[in-house]
Design a protein around this ligand. Structure first.
Ligand SMILES: [Zn+2]
Ligand SMILES: [Zn+2]
Length: 330
């Protein structure tokens, strides 16, 4: 075969999103009583099932409502996005601890090497509280690049590890740390990814990130944002426009959000309206309210799907519920 004349076909590359923490505000482990109640409910539904038949058991499990089959997870915000060439970490909530462990144990191989790129939407506790427990922070050869639009990022991360709060200071760690200042005007290029930044309405500001690969496919991570439906909506719609997936803060149900003005969060209605206007392909509902258990989250998810069907019957938008430890290929 004449290699000079060989035709090289480049297949479209993919980006892999993995959710390590999907809760808002504070880690929310499943309570023992909630676990027990799930067992009780499953057993009551299983009374007519022949449990000696494996196939029937599998079919029964597959038909169970999601809130009984799974738990959506209790760790706070942490998401990874991996392209062919590089991985980035979005937020350092308590889910970051699991990511660090999986990297250390060789269970997560999409991040290789000793250099990490961590983008922080903002510095509220639920978005940074996993950092002290991130194993690479404690490694000699590691380098962590922090990217933040908050000018005091270094001070806040250092403060979090003052001795009153944590026994080991950030400065005493052997890891090499570099801080990169983000602005809305400048974009960051990391190998085959481009990352842009957009300010959201949130106490002390939060920032959305738009991650675009070499095929011009975009993922938007937009958490901790409140929208006031002023003329600024056009700028959000322009930023989210045509993305493959919008990861969106749906902290409050439409019933609860009325009393939470100024708290800096959104609902599925706001998310779906924006996603449809922006013509994104998928919306992943994210930053689940710590006061909502799996059953309430499931019900709100059903309500979200109904809202989409009723209000936008022609829309092809797909709604996903972000689930801890799940991944999505884009
Ligand atoms: Zn948050
Ligand atoms: Zn916040």
């Amino acid at each position: 075969m004449d290699l000079n004349n060989a035709i090289i076909i480049k297949f479209g590359s993919i980006m892999i999103i993995k959710f390590w923490g999907v809760r808002g505000s504070i880690p929310t482990p499943l309570l023992p009583v909630e676990y027990e109640n799930k067992i009780r409910e499953i057993l009551s539904l299983a009374s007519a099932v022949d449990i000696s038949d494996n196939n029937k058991v599998e079919a029964f499990i597959s038909d169970l409502p999601s809130y009984l089959k799974t738990t959506y997870g209790g760790n706070t915000s942490c998401v990874t996005i991996s392209s062919d060439q590089v991985s980035i970490i979005l937020d350092a909530g308590s889910g970051l601890r699991l990511l660090g462990s999986d990297i250390e144990n060789g269970k997560y191989t999409n991040i290789t090497g000793d250099e990490y790129h961590m983008f922080l939407s903002h510095l509220h506790w639920d978005h940074i509280n996993g950092l002290p427990f991130f194993i690479p922070l404690h490694k000699n050869n590691s380098k962590i690049n922090f990217y933040s639009a908050h000018e005091n990022c270094e001070d806040v991360l250092s403060e979090q590890q003052k001795q009153e709060f944590f026994p080991v200071s950030l400065e005493s760690r052997p890891v090499d740390i570099e801080f990169h200042q983000l602005t809305e005007e400048n974009e960051i290029k990391l190998k085959d990814l481009k990352i842009q930044t957009k300010k959201l309405g949130h106490p002390n500001d939060s920032y959305a990130f738009k991650i675009t690969d070499s095929n011009n496919k975009s993922i938007v991570y937009s958490t901790d944002g409140e929208y006031d439906h002023t003329s600024k909506m056009d700028t959000y719609i322009a930023f989210y426009k045509d993305s493959e997936i919008l990861i969106f803060d749906w902290q409050y149900s439409p019933e609860d959000i009325g009393t939470k003005k100024g708290f800096g969060h959104s609902s599925y209605k706001i998310g779906i309206d924006i996603a449809v206007s922006s013509q994104v392909k998928k919306i992943a509902l994210f930053h689940h309210n710590h006061d909502y258990n799996d059953k309430v989250i499931d019900q709100n998810f059903e309500n979200a799907k109904k809202y989409l069907r009723d209000k936008y019957p022609e829309s092809k938008l797909e709604i996903i519920l972000a689930n801890e430890n799940s991944d999505i290929n884009i």
